[in-house]
Design a protein around this ligand. Structure first.
Ligand code: AMP
Length: 484
């Protein structure tokens, strides 16, 4: 088992947990489908039936890992599920898939989280020095080890004691012997919300997963908040339910149970690219946010063009916003093969390029002879935009103007977005003109951080925009900084 190296293990993930429902595994299964965009490398589910937790996980999409029979056979009233996306250099295979189920002296428990602990390597080295033996390379595994050493028999007390030791991003769920603990780091980098379905509670990464199972949204977890939802021990074979969640503060940074979005540094990239458009985060709909960013791009432009097109799917909201604001018709200039996962699934650059080619085809009849505005939500390594500019030109586009609904991405993310290696980011050391040349566009324009702040920040509080500014709210060496 290799050493955990910073910058190499970053994870974008989705979590879905159910407390007190007779069909907990089925709800998790549908919930995971709704969160599939947050991770396609592995999927897993842990279901508690009495004192025993049954865990199934595997590599690939939810549909690769779970057959209907698997889900039906996982009987239990509380469950925790996870989809994961890991980065180049991650050495683990299926053993790194989550949930991680362990037998502890406090009882059998399962752990799953979304985010990246910047001090996981340091914590792990210390724990290993004290004799801990790790089964995975996942940063999540330090959590059960810390809980085990906390001296508290009660799982909630044990977790709340060790959470202040964790630095970085975590939206965490723990399946305990009698319920679910959910916790968000004090910066609230990643979303995590609470919902209700019949008598049961659900905690999940995005509201689109609540919609998928017909649950009602209650609220976001606050940054720095942990909640415990205990399964109610109602007599009777059929109907189960959960008790009202109880809140705890992580590291006493904020008051809990109040809406404190303004104190957070939520990841701005959730709005730009990562979350699903039909999700709301702190009351702001992701599609509406992207559309507003597209509008802002158009307000900064006066470009004579024949049509606007977006790169499916994540930039379509921004592209329609741009088109509406600019008064230029929106056209479907690019078609995406929907049966292939996101470009980044293949971890090596050569494979990534191949992935893009299989995925995308321009509509020649639409773009031929036209001045095209191609809107994308972001340029990270430049693979996608460079390739699509060349495809549009090959399809006869007269001019291709690239408009990006975020600023140039110049700094690696340490909190869970897969852009951990500096060398791969196309914008590093380049001016906008040099980026234009590198991708072969006729012109290029980006939003700036102030635009993001004005369009998004007012509603959702502070945001982490370290990927654009290099201003890390929690430095990789744990030094506190600031969001914008
Ligand atoms: P790139 O091709 O490396 O410049 O990546 C930018 C393209 O991938 C854009 O079309 C984005 O919609 C998408 N994208 C941005 N960030 C990510 C990410 N972390 N994982 C997967 N795809 C991404």
């Amino acid at each position: 088992m290799g050493v955990l190296r910073l910058n190499e293990i970053t994870e974008e993930c989705g979590v879905f947990a159910v407390v007190g429902h007779p069909r907990a595994s089925q709800l998790c299964y549908y919930g995971l489908y709704a969160l599939q965009h947050r991770g396609q490398e592995s999927a897993g589910m842990a279901v508690r039936n009495g004192a025993r937790i049954q865990t199934k996980k595997g590599m690939g999409l939810v549909s690769d890992v779970f057959a209907r029979e698997d889900v039906m056979s996982m009987a239990g009233s509380s469950a925790l599920a996870h989809v994961r996306y890991s980065n180049v250099g991650d050495e683990g295979g299926v053993e790194d898939a989550q949930p991680i189920t362990v037998k502890m002296w406090q009882g059998q428990m399962s752990f799953a989280h979304n985010g990246n602990l910047v001090n996981a390597a340091k914590l792990r080295t210390g724990l290993e020095g004290d004799g801990s033996i790790f089964q995975t390379t996942s940063d999540c595994e330090v959590i059960p080890h810390l809980m085990s050493k906390s001296g508290s028999k009660d799982p909630v007390e044990a977790l709340v004691k060790c959470l202040p030791a964790l630095k970085g991003a975590y939206s965490l769920c723990v399946l305990t012997p009698n319920g679910i603990i959910a916790a968000k780091d004090p910066n609230g980098f990643r979303p995590l919300c609470l919902g209700r379905l019949d008598g049961a509670y659900i905690v999940c990464s995005e509201t689109c997963a609540l919609d998928a199972v017909g649950a009602t949204f209650i609220r976001e977890l606050d940054p720095g908040e942990a909640i415990f939802i205990e399964e109610a021990k109602n007599p009777g074979p059929v109907w189960l339910s959960a008790r009202e969640p109880v809140s705890y503060s992580v590291g006493n940074r904020f008051d809990c149970g109040k809406s404190v979005a303004r104190n957070s540094t939520l990841c701005v990239f959730e709005f730009i690219y990562f979350a699903r458009p039909d999700s709301d985060i702190y009351g702001l709909n992701v599609h509406a946010a992207r559309k507003a960013l597209g509008r802002r791009l158009a307000q900064k432009d006066c470009l004579p063009a024949d049509l606007v097109t977006g790169i499916p799917d994540s930039s379509l909201s921004a592209a329609t916003g741009y088109a509406e604001e600019a008064g230029i018709p929106y056209e479907m200039g690019i078609v995406k093969n929907r049966y292939i996962g996101r470009t980044f699934i293949a971890p090596r650059q050569s494979m990534r390029e191949l992935g893009v080619k299989i995925k995308i085809n321009p509509l020649q009849r639409v773009v031929s002879g036209k001045r095209v505005v191609m809107v994308d939500d972001s340029i990270v390594r430049g693979t996608t935009s460079k390739y699509i500019v060349s495809l549009l030109r090959a399809a006869g586009a007269r001019e291709v103007h690239v408009r990006i609904s975020c600023p140039p991405y110049r700094f690696p993310c340490y909190y869970g977005i897969d852009t951990s290696s500096k060398g791969e980011l196309i914008a590093i050391g380049k001016t906008e003109e040099q980026i234009r040349q590198a991708i072969g566009a006729d012109s290029i324009a980006f939003l700036d951080v102030k635009d993001l702040e004005e369009v998004l920040g007012r509603q959702v509080g502070n945001l982490c925009a370290a990927c654009f500014t290099g201003n890390y709210p929690v430095k990789p060496d744990d030094t506190p900084g600031a969001g914008f």
